[in-house]
Structures are given as C-alpha cells and as structure tokens.
Write a protein that binds this ligand. Structure first.
Ligand code: AQP
Length: 348
C-alpha cells in the first residue's frame, strides 16, 4: 500500500512545566497563583509538574518534615486535581537530570545576574544565619527544571517573573552559542490573584513559611479556622468595599472573593455597598471554605493510600527522566562531554 505523504503528523501539544516546594501545606496563594491553573491546563497542554524538594533545601529543613511534606505535597496536588495519568507528576530529587543540567547552566549564568534576583535578597534577609550558595543559585536550578522539558509555557505566580526572565536569558545565551538546544519558555500568569497578599500585612506576599499563621490560609485549614483568619484580616478605616489604589487589604480580599465566586469587582462592590467589612470578610471566608472543601476531602483519601502515592511518583519519575534525558544528552554532546556511560533505559 502506498504511504499517504499528505497526511501531516498531529501537531505536538504545547509543553507546560511548573513546580512547587514542599515547605509546608500549600497556601491559598500557591493555590490561586499556581496550582489551580495547572489543573485547568491539563487537557489542552502536555503538562509536567514537580514537587521541587531540591529547591526547598535552600532553607534549612528538618529531614523528617521534608520527607513528610514531600508526600503530602503529592497528595495535595492530586487532591487539587492534578491527574498523574494525564500529566507527568514527579518528585524532583528522583530525576537526576535536574542537578546535572543545573551545573552546566551555572557555567552559563553570570554572578551579576544572580545578584540582582529579588527573591535571593528577600530570603537572605529573612535567613541571615544561612545565606548558602544554593540560595544564590536557586534560579539556575529553576532554569534547568524548565529547560529540560523543552517547555513552552510556565504557569507561576507573578513573584517568579524575574526567575523566568533569567531562565529565558540563559536559554537564549546557550542557543546563541550551540544552536537551537532549548525551547524559549513564556510565563503564564493568572489574570486575578497572581499575587495573593498576606492577611496580616497586605503589602507582603502570602507565604507558607510565614512565622505568623494568621498571615496565610493553608488549603487544609479547617473551615472555622479559615473564617476566623479572614475575620481578622487587615483592611483599612474607610469601611468601603471598593477596588482602589491604596486599599491593599480590601483589594486582596476582593481578588480572592472574585476567583472563589466568579463575580467581577463591580458586582462585588454592588453586593457590599453600604455594608461594613464584617459582612464582607465573612462572605470571603465562607466562599473560600466552599472552594477548598473538595480539596480537603480528597486529600484525606489519598493520604490513606500510601501504595498508590508511591506508584504515582515512581511512574512520574520514570516518565520525567525519559523526557528530560533527551535534552541532557543533547546538551552534553554540544558542550563536548563524552557519551554517557550510564544512560537510563528509555522504554518508559
Ligand atoms: N502569595 C502568592 N500568590 C500567588 N502565587 C504564589 N505562589 C507562591 N506564593 C504566591 C506561587 O506558588 C508557586 C509555588 O511556589 P513555591 O512553593 O515554589 O515557592 P514560593 O513562591 O516561595 O512560595 P511560598 O508559599 O512563599 O513558599 P515559601 O514560604 O517556602 O518561600 C509558584 O508558582 C509561586 O509563584
């Protein structure tokens, strides 16, 4: 039979990569800024998601807590809706290509570039007792994470924009020397809640490692805790629910409420016109409780099935290694390393 040469191969789906650190239970910021979008992108894109425990080491971690948080992060991602069959879902330290490419890329990254990273400045100010080299080179490892998968799009919160720009610069520099080795990734930022702010200081990002638990909503917080934290959220003395410059606390709550209910800002302003902040904060708390309820329930189910979680991360690591190794092999060849003596079997 004659081959039909007119039939073109199906277009490759665009590739997505993103990661999250297992430094504690995810916050509402992690959920709205990143994970919620990861879930939505799964049908349209070829997605790769990682629990980036190697990044977490840049801040001192208690080993048992890190191990437990890593498994818990896997269950949390699945509870949020990441499907380990549809997407490649893996634990970073299981896939050796990340550390290896990171070393190579660090030789193509300038000290001055890393010195300008604001997250390094923020985190080293927060942990003056442990300003380690890993904290400084964190963005290079992140560039390796992304570039290994020939990533087109990186869905992250806006706080990661500077790191993503650096990853693009490193890729362009490398491609400029060796030809087209890496795809150049674009950032994908949510329109709303790209930066969820702390409930106790709305000029600061909501973070899972904040010392003050009232500052963040953990996605596993009990319903009554969530409502209580929103009730004590810092706002202002205007007593007007309106989205305006200078109203950081209210703006933050409005963005959260808007995502949780699907209502736009003018509808929210109309809903709470003439009513005090008490009603508004309660409504935000209740909407968030409802949004997170299914996540909490599914999380408990996954955590009871350790064998299933292990099977998921094992399969995820095999698939991630298989895809990422192709890029690493190409890089090694380009830079002049001899062929790998211990290449992984590529049958996954
Ligand atoms: N407050 C936030 N608003 C929107 N997006 C956020 N992200 C984090 N905080 C917010 C996004 O979540 C993804 C995973 O983040 P990460 O765990 O890798 O690191 P992070 O940005 O340092 O998050 P945390 O919660 O602040 O962790 P700690 O306290 O350990 O440093 C990223 O896409 C990030 O943009």
């Amino acid at each position: 039979m004659e081959e039909n040469n007119n039939q073109s191969a199906p277009a490759r789906k665009k590739r997505i990569f993103s990661g999250i650190q297992p430094t504690g239970t995810f916050t509402l910021g992690n959920y709205l800024g990143a994970v919620r979008n990861w879930v939505e992108l799964q049908d349209e894109y070829d997605c790769v998601y990682s629990i980036v425990n190697m990044h977490a080491m840049t801040i001192r971690q208690e080993p048992k807590a890190l191990r437990d948080n890593t498994i818990s992060a896997l269950a949390l991602l699945m509870a949020c809706g990441i499907d380990p069959e549809k997407s490649i879902l893996f634990i970073q330290s299981h896939v050796r290509t990340h550390a290896e490419l990171s070393w190579v890329l660090s030789c193509y990254t300038q000290f001055g570039e890393l010195s300008r990273m604001t997250q390094f400045k923020d985190k080293s100010a927060k942990h003056p007792e442990n300003i380690n080299a890993g904290l400084f080179t964190y963005p290079v490892l992140m560039a390796a994470d992304i570039l290994l998968y020939q990533t087109d799009l990186v869905p992250v919160g806006i706080d990661q924009k500077q790191h993503l720009e650096l990853a693009r610069n490193i890729a362009q520099r490398f491609n400029g020397i060796y030809g087209n080795v890496f795809a150049i990734p674009d950032g994908y930022y949510p329109k709303l809640a790209a930066k969820v702010m702390s409930l106790s200081d709305p000029t600061k990002k909501m973070s899972k490692s904040d010392d003050n638990p009232k500052a963040y909503i953990s996605i596993l917080d009990k319903p009554e805790t969530i409502v209580k934290k929103f009730k004590s959220a810092v706002t202002d003395s205007d007593a007007e629910v309106a989205y305006r410059q200078g109203k950081d606390g209210v703006n933050n709550l409005m963005a959260i409420y808007s995502v949780a209910t699907g209502r736009d800002f003018s509808a929210i302003e109309a809903e709470f016109a003439g009513r005090g902040y008490g009603d508004f904060k309660l409504a935000v708390g209740e909407a968030v409780v409802e949004m997170l309820r299914p996540v909490r329930e599914r999380y408990d189910q996954y955590m009871q099935d350790r064998a299933y979680l292990e099977a998921c991360y094992t399969q995820g690591a095999q698939r991630a290694l298989s895809v990422s190794y192709r890029t690493l092999e190409k890089v090694y060849k380009k830079i002049g390393f001899p062929a790998d003596l211990f290449a992984p079997v590529r049958s996954f």
